[in-house]
Design a binder for this molecule. Structure first.
Ligand code: OGA
Ligand code: MN
Length: 296
């Protein structure tokens, strides 16, 4: 079996064949996947029946795992999965579908807004790796938007205006958009805003991209309504159909994306009567996007 990566129709995501992610990979397979990520930014693998340990082992080929702590409202004793995995399912610690008014359900609806994973952390995520263990019959597609193409398509005046802007990101902002505002004092402390550049440069390809996210709630030095209006305009521009890849899940699909070059969102599904068991590993980024901002 040898690895092959081919572009999908939309010329953005790539589809990977000829590899079993449950097995240890050769150096050349890992390099092929990394090169595929640099080029396509989203890679789709089918029929990958990994368990959690295999998912973590595969993910470690690409860097340090970002632990799923401090990015949600799930109490440590209510965790369903190990800390190396972000639980993006609609399930409780006893594997039952969460009630619609459960805080965890309401918080998870935030994933339906365009975002880049962990943009609310000083060191935002590099890759995310999402394994579909069980999927609903309808709904729950995941959509990706190419922030390189979106940046390239801006006019020169806008590019110049935004080049050095610094946005302020927090889970308080993204959840606030949906009217979820009843945070405990501890959560408010955990979700302290962080700074991120609005335009970033990919460390390997050098390509510029827009670093947008629903977590971005304002821009340093700007009045909030003006900042939000610009961020809304940019997000609307960047998520036009021309820049999208829509992934319709099959059970055991495995999708990797580069959060430095894309945003994504999950679409609505019947979350109170169907199981959607998705498990994500996340690879830490290389450092803060604002030079001098120290990781906590
Ligand atoms: C994520 C996320 C998308 C999905 O895992 O980062 O946003 O399809 N989830 O569940
Ligand atoms: Mn996400």
């Amino acid at each position: 079996m040898s690895i092959a990566i081919a572009p999908l129709n939309d010329n953005f995501a790539g589809e990977v064949r000829g590899i079993d992610l449950c097995e240890p990979l050769s150096r050349s397979d890992i390099e092929a996947i990394e090169a595929g990520m640099d080029r396509y930014a989203v890679l789709i693998f089918h029929d990958q029946r990994l368990n959690d340990d295999q998912q973590v082992a595969f993910s470690r080929n690409f860097g340090e795992i970002e632990l799923a702590i401090g990015g949600n409202v799930t109490k440590p004793e209510d965790r369903r999965l190990a800390v190396e995995l972000a639980d993006v399912s609609n399930l409780s610690e006893t594997n039952n579908v969460l009630a619609p008014d459960d805080r965890r359900s309401l918080f998870n609806i935030g994933n339906q807004l365009w975002h880049s994973d962990s943009s609310y952390r000083v060191v935002p995520a590099k890759y995310s790796l999402l394994s579909a263990r069980q999927i609903p019959k309808t709904g729950g597609n995941t959509e990706f938007a190419d922030m390189r193409a979106a940046y390239d398509a801006l006019d020169d005046e806008t590019k110049a205006e935004i080049e050095d802007l610094i946005c302020v990101h927090s889970l308080l902002y993204s959840r606030g958009i949906l009217g979820f505002t009843d945070f405990t004092e501890e959560e408010q402390r955990a979700f302290t805003p962080v700074r991120q550049r609005l335009v970033r440069c990919h460390p390997v390809t050098g390509r510029k991209s827009l670093f947008l996210s629903s977590h971005a709630g304002t821009i340093e030095g700007w009045l909030m309504p003006e900042a939000r209006s610009l961020l809304r305009d940019l997000t609307e521009h960047a998520t036009q159909a021309a820049f999208l890849h829509v992934h319709q899940w099959e059970q055991y699909d495995f999708v990797m994306w580069d959060n430095r070059q894309t945003v994504h969102r999950v679409r609505r599904f019947r979350s109170t009567d169907e199981v959607r068991d998705m498990r994500r590993t996340t690879i830490q980024g290389d450092g803060p996007t604002v030079s001098g901002d120290a990781p906590p």
